[in-house]
Design a protein around this ligand. Structure first.
Ligand SMILES: NCCCCCC(=O)NO
Ligand SMILES: [Zn+2]
Length: 343
């Protein structure tokens, strides 16, 4: 399986994320991608190629221009205001009884464009986020060119990012950009399957009113887990997209048996949709040893996931999302890909 990778991911390395009531060391760090790359090379998963730069015209197919302008200029504005000793994080949100009018001050702007305070903007964020987006679109192009499957080994991840908001360690929605790229290359229908432990609120929001992308996700129940405010089973799409969003929320402690049963239901929905291509938001934070998650999948449970996805017999673009057990992320993520290849 072809792997697309850019060392520019390492330009995203936050100095802290707000969690557990304090600024903690980030879990979304460069070692994650390096460990997956190392494992892919160890098992000879496939050739590794750099991304092509698709430019801003590809990003605006999914993201709002004002949001892209914010991301590009945020660090410079933050540094001018505060110096470079701390990362840019929000401190207030336009919640109930407030108005979502974009402020001019960087504190207000980052709050307007962020859904959480766990996603630090750093000097290298814009570079890393664009590289991750280009990695995903390059992988999608490989699949559009006839490759059976490709792996976008990028970070920062993307599935929490909406058209105009960052959050959950995400800035640009790599999986959504990959799906759009496949449509722009001639696919009529694309299914996005999100197997990350967390609900892909960004991907759902981006495609919720569209019938040309089916969004399916199994994830920790938002009543218990981040992102808390999207991902319920009664969210089925809106307008022309009614029926093209499928959520399978699962409780803390979910075992591989229950998780695979939910996956089976989503795979059957994908089969009935009969897409031209599949994009998989591949998070492996469903692993029982993940430091921020509470499902119970073991390393041996990951290859069967790939094997089931292979039975869909669709051109498939795997896009790296979450997974924070750094020692096991490689064997778990590559395990899915080996299972897909029948390895
Ligand atoms: N800091 C709160 C948890 C962010 C979740 C990140 C993730 O893995 N999403 O898939
Ligand atoms: Zn996750």
């Amino acid at each position: 399986m072809q792997i697309v990778y850019s060392a520019d991911h390492a330009r995203q390395h936050g100095r802290g994320e707000l969690t557990d009531g304090r600024l903690m060391p980030v879990v979304e760090k460069p070692a994650r991608a390096e460990m997956v790359l190392k494992r892919a090379q160890e098992v000879g998963l496939g050739d590794i190629m750099p991304p092509r730069d698709f430019g801003r015209e590809a990003l605006v197919r999914i993201h709002r221009p004002d949001y892209l302008a914010f991301l590009e200029g945020a660090w410079a504005e933050w540094e001018a205001e505060r110096g470079g000793e701390t990362d840019c994080l929000p401190l207030i949100w336009p919640v109930r009884n407030l108005r979502a009018v974009c402020p001019t001050h960087i504190d207000g702007k980052v709050s307007y464009y962020a859904l959480d305070a766990g996603t630090p903007i750093t000097p290298g964020t814009w570079t890393a986020a664009r590289a991750s987006a280009n990695v995903a679109m390059t992988a999608a192009d490989l699949v559009a060119d006839g490759t059976r499957a490709a792996f976008a080994l990028g970070r920062p991840p993307g599935h929490h990012a909406t058209a105009d908001q960052l959050g959950g360690y995400c800035f640009l929605n790599n999986a959504a950009l990959a799906a759009q790229r496949l449509l722009d290359r001639g696919a009529e229908r694309v299914a996005v399957l999100d197997v990350d432990y967390h609900h892909g609120n960004g991907t759902q929001a981006i495609f919720e009113d569209r019938a040309d992308v089916l969004f399916c996700s199994l994830h920790a129940d938002p009543k218990q887990e981040f992102p808390y405010f999207l991902g319920h089973a009664d969210e089925t799409g809106t307008g022309a997209g009614e029926g093209y969003t499928v959520n399978a929320p699962l409780p803390w402690g979910t075992t591989a048996e229950a998780w695979m049963a939910a996956l089976e239901r989503l795979c059957q929905r994908i089969e009935s949709y009969a897409p031209d291509a599949l994009v998989v938001s591949l998070g492996v934070d469903t692993y029982k040893g993940d430091p921020i998650s509470r499902f119970a999948l073991d390393t041996s449970d990951f290859p069967p996931i790939g094997a089931r996805l292979a039975k869909l017999a669709l051109p498939t673009t795997f896009v790296m999302e979450g997974g924070y057990a750094v020692e096991e992320i490689g064997v778990n993520a590559v395990g899915v890909l080996q299972g897909f290849e029948g390895g």
